[in-house]
Design a protein around this ligand. Structure first.
Ligand SMILES: [Fe+2]
Ligand SMILES: [Fe+2]
Length: 148
């Protein structure tokens, strides 16, 4: 029987920065792991793994934003806000599970996380990637740098 995969890495997700691609791949793998092995796992294990995932999102977002800052990405403010809202949603999910009688991560929650990430990489992260690629190709003078 084939296991359903919620989200899969594909080359068109690349943002042309090896480190950021590696972080996206790691998060995608963690979502897949959680999805396939969450049934019958002890409360503590699930809680730890979901916290790890949230922390990986947070550190990835900070890292990605530092790249955007360095490149003077004009949509940085809006992008940061999107990250911020998602982290708040994830934190609320973690909190509600911590307070629930049973720590169970529903298909719906994992689907929501997977769909969000898939869409975010392919649209907003990709927008930055294309901006950075164009910027790298444009002459330095166009970016306000003094010619050598
Ligand atoms: Fe992002
Ligand atoms: Fe990202």
């Amino acid at each position: 029987m084939r296991t359903k995969t919620l989200i899969r890495w594909s080359d068109n997700m690349s943002v042309f920065v090896e480190e950021l691609d590696a972080e996206h791949k790691l998060i995608i793998a963690e979502i897949g792991e959680l999805y396939s092995s969450r049934k019958g796992q002890p409360h503590n294990t699930l809680q730890k793994r979901l916290s790890f995932l949230v922390n990986h999102f947070i550190s990835h977002f900070a890292h990605e934003e530092s790249y955007m800052e360095k490149d003077q990405y004009p949509n940085l403010g809006a992008h940061k806000e999107i990250h911020h809202v998602f982290v708040n949603d994830m934190t609320a999910l973690l909190q509600s599970l911590n307070n629930a009688e049973r720590f169970e991560i529903s298909d719906e929650s994992l689907n929501m996380i997977a769909r969000w990430l898939d869409n975010h990489i392919l649209t907003e992260d990709k927008d930055y990637a294309l901006y950075a690629a164009r910027r790298a190709l444009s002459p330095a003078e166009d970016r306000g740098a003094r010619p050598a």
